[in-house]
Design a protein around this ligand. Structure first.
Ligand SMILES: [Zn+2]
Ligand SMILES: [Zn+2]
Length: 413
C-alpha cells in the first residue's frame, strides 16, 4: 500500500479468506504529508503496528474518522506513538486529515500485545517478535490459510545497548516482507563506532569544551545515554526535548529494554532539563547534552546550537542518519548553520558517527538466508535501487521468488 521503493508511509495489506489485516500505515512528512493507498476503515478487521516511528504509525488515526477497528501493538509502542502523533498534530503547519479526536478514538481501540503472544483476528493468527530496532519494536509473524508470512518492519540484528537484537524466527515461512533501508551499505562495527565516539567526547571535555549530541527522541537518545554510561565517562549528562518523555515511558516498560537495571540507573542519573530557566543553566553546567531533533530540524537542539556551536572548544556530534537538505546534513557539508535567521560559520568541532538502528547489507542478507522454508521475498522500505538489489540478491543467492513491489501490486502466497 505504500513504502514501496521509498522510505516513508509504510503499509502492507494482508487478506485471507475475507479477513483483512493492515500492517503499519505510516506518513511521509515533507512539504505536505503523504499517506499510503486508500483502504476503507470498515473493510479492515484489524491494524497491527510494528513500531512507533511515524513512517509506520503516522497514518493510523485516519481509520478512526469513523469506525472502530482494533489496533494492535506492544504497549510501549502505543505509549510512544502517543507522544509522536500528538506532537505531529501540534506542530503540523500543514493540513492533516485528522485531529486529536481521531487519535483518541485510535487509543480507545488499542489492544496491547506482548512479544510471542498469539492473537486471532478472523481467519488470521499473528504474534509479535522482537525486531531490535527501537524499544518496543516488533516483527509480525502471521498465519493464515495454512501459510506463514513474516513482516519484518524495521529490523536490527546487531547488538546495541538499548534493545535485544532481532533473531531469525525458527519457523518455516511461505513469504517474507523485508525492509531494505541499508540493503547496499554496511555499517561500521558497533564497537568501533562507540570507541571513537567516546574518545572524541573525552578529548572535547579535556579541553574544557561541551558536547551537543543531537539525537532522535526515540531510541537513539536513550541509546546514547547507555553508551556514555557503559564507557564510564564520569560526566554531567543533560537530556532535553521529547526524549525526556520517551525516557519516562521507557522506564515504565523495562521488559522491552535489554538491561533494565542499568537503564534505570542511567536514566536516574541523567539530568532532565525542566523548562527554560533550567535550559539556560544547562549550557553552563552540562558536559554532554543529548537533545532532539537528530537532524537539527527544530527541537531543543536548536537552542543549544545557538549557545554552543560558535565556540571552537565545543563539539556537535551527530549520531543519526542525516537526510539531505536537513540542518544536520547542510552543517556536515558546509560547516554553516542557520542561527537566528543568519547563516553562521560553526566554530565547534562537527562530526558524524554512524550509529544505526537498521541492519546493514550483510546482516539483512544473513537474516534472509537464515529463514527456513524457501519463502517468497518482497522487499520494501528502501530507496528504489536498494529494494531492487536485495530482491535480485535473493533470487540469485537464495534461489527464491523475490520482488521489489510497486504501490498497489498484489501477490498471492
Ligand atoms: Zn523505524
Ligand atoms: Zn521505518
Amino acid at each position: 500500500m505504500g513504502g514501496t521503493h521509498e522510505v516513508g508511509r509504510n503499509a502492507v495489506l494482508l487478506e485471507s479468506g475475507g479477513t483483512k489485516i493492515l500492517l503499519d500505515y505510516g506518513v511521509k512528512i515533507g512539504d505536505k504529508p503523504e499517506f499510503p493507498g486508500h483502504v476503507r476503515s470498515k473493510d479492515l478487521n484489524g491494524i497491527v503496528l510494528s513500531h512507533a516511528h511515524l513512517d509506520h504509525s503516522g497514518g493510523i488515526p485516519l481509520f478512526y474518522l469513523s469506525g472502530a477497528t482494533p489496533y494492535f501493538a506492544t504497549p510501549l509502542t502505543t505509549e510512544i506513538v502517543g507522544i509522536l502523533i500528538r506532537d505531529m498534530i501540534k506542530l503540523s503547519g500543514y493540513y492533516l486529515p485528522f485531529e486529536y479526536i481521531e487519535f483518541d478514538a485510535m487509543m480507545k481501540n488499542r489492544v496491547d500485545v506482548g512479544y510471542r503472544k498469539e492473537v486471532k483476528v478472523g481467519n488470521v493468527e499473528f504474534s509479535l517478535l522482537n525486531a531490535g530496532h527501537i524499544q518496543g519494536s516488533a516483527m509480525v509473524d502471521l498465519k493464515a490459510g495454512g501459510k506463514r508470512v513474516l513482516y519484518t518492519g524495521d529490523i536490527n540484528t546487531s547488538r546495541t545497548r538499548l534493545t535485544q537484537e532481532a533473531k531469525v524466527p525458527r519457523k518455516n515461512y511461505d513469504a517474507v516482507v523485508v525492509e531494505s533501508t541499508y540493503a547496499n551499505t554496511d555499517h561500521e562495527e558497533r564497537k568501533k563506532i562507540e570507541a571513537s565516539f567516546v574518545a572524541a567526547i573525552k578529548e572535547v571535555l579535556n579541553n574544557d569544551g561541551k558536547v551537543l549530541v543531537p539525537a532522535f527522541a526515540v531510541g537513539r537518545s536513550q541509546e546514547m545515554l547507555c553508551v556514555i554510561n557503559a564507557h564510564k565517562l564520569n560526566v554531567n549528562v543533560f537530556i532535553d526535548g521529547m526524549a525526556r518523555a520517551v525516557n519516562q515511558i521507557s522506564m515504565e516498560h523495562l521488559d522491552y529494554i535489554k538491561t533494565p537495571k542499568t537503564f534505570k540507573t542511567v536514566i536516574n542519573k541523567t539530568r532532565a532539563v525542566q523548562g527554560w530557566r533550567d535550559r539556560r543553566q544547562a549550557t553552563r553546567r552540562a558536559d554532554v547534552i543529548v537533545a532532539p531533533s537528530g537532524m537539527l530540524q527544530g527541537g531543543t537542539a536548536m537552542h543549544y546550537m545557538e549557545r554552543l556551536s560558535l565556540d571552537e572548544k565545543n563539539a556537535v556530534f551527530l549520531v543519526s542518519f542525516q537526510v539531505p537538505g536537513t540542518g544536520g546534513a547542510k552543517l556536515l557539508e558546509s560547516g554553516y548553520f542557520r542561527i537566528k535567521d543568519v547563516e553562521q560559520e560553526v566554530k565547534a568541532q562537527v562530526r558524524h558517527f554512524d550509529f544505526s538502528s537498521h541492519s546493514g547489507k550483510t546482516q539483512l542478507e544473513a537474516f534472509l538466508r537464515g529463514i527456513k522454508g524457501k519463502p517468497d521475498v518482497y522487499v520494501v522500505h528502501g530507496e528504489p535501487e536498494n529494494c531492487e538489489s536485495l530482491a535480485q540478491w535473493a533470487r540469485d543467492e537464495l534461489d527464491v521468488n523475490a520482488a521489489a513491489p510497486k504501490e498497489g501490486d498484489e501477490f498471492k502466497v
